[in-house]
Design a protein around this ligand. Structure first.
Ligand code: SF4
Length: 231
């Protein structure tokens, strides 16, 4: 399986941390077998659009909007020829919709201009698209083309820090730390499992530590900073 580019040279992590990472992975496999993205899509183009729309928005809100969007604009040629004002009403229920409408039109036009209307199976080419970035490229290329990648969103970053796998807040650095701890063939699963665990158990404001399957393995870094009333 090809792997996403690593962002820096890596120091081997200490053996006890590697061992604990393996135990966490095993627990996640039991808790979330077959974990996958909750975004709904039928092809790489739809996945790319849905992923760009999902920035600072829930997958549920994206899934509610995309059927009408894809019915009106089924491919890059159609969306790239639209005006952002035409697209805005179709995604108005999603945060930052004006900016996202502009980006969707621009990135679709670029797909037509540079890649024949197809989503390229190329990390740097996807990162270069308007509204995309490292996280989007990782999500799209791992789900659509089988690239080994860990897309670090808010859930993955928070859990990596609470679990003691990273002290970083920069997503690229968190990604680097996780890449060093887990084998590349597990990166896609790990990404999806951490997102599900972050949504269902280890939420930002009210983590359910006593009921968490990872509790015995987790140092719960930073949780003393969560005010009691937040639970
Ligand atoms: S034990 Fe608590 S902090 Fe650790 S992963 Fe579970 S819910 Fe999150």
């Amino acid at each position: 399986m090809p792997a996403a580019p690593k962002s820096a040279a890596l120091q081997p992590p200490p053996a006890p941390l590697l061992r604990r990472a393996g135990e966490v992975l095993a627990q996640l496999k039991t808790a979330y077998p077959g974990a996958r993205t909750e975004l709904e899509y039928r092809n790489p183009f739809e996945l790319l659009i849905a992923t760009v729309l999902s920035a600072q928005a829930t997958d549920k809100s994206v899934n509610a909007a995309t059927p009408a969007l894809f019915a009106a604009y089924p491919d890059a040629a159609a969306l790239g020829a639209a005006s952002s004002e035409d697209v805005e009403p179709l995604i108005k229920s999603i945060g930052l919709y004006r900016t996202k409408a502009k980006n969707l039109v621009a990135l679709s036009a670029l797909l037509v201009e540079r890649h024949g209307g197809e989503v390229p199976n190329d990390f740097e080419a996807v990162v270069a698209l308007p509204g995309a970035g490292r996280k989007t490229a990782n999500v799209v290329l791992s789900n659509a083309y089988g690239l080994a990648a860990i897309a670090v969103d808010t859930h993955v970053g928070r859990l990596a820090r609470r679990l003691g796998f990273s002290v970083q807040t920069n997503p690229d650095k968190v990604e680097r730390d996780l890449q060093a701890l887990f084998p590349s063939e597990e990166w896609v699963f790990l990404h999806h499992a951490l997102i599900l665990h972050g949504r269902r158990v280890c939420t930002a404001r009210a983590p359910l530590c006593p009921a968490c399957t990872l509790s015995a393995l987790c140092p719960k870094v930073g949780l003393d900073l969560v005010p009691p009333e937040a639970g």
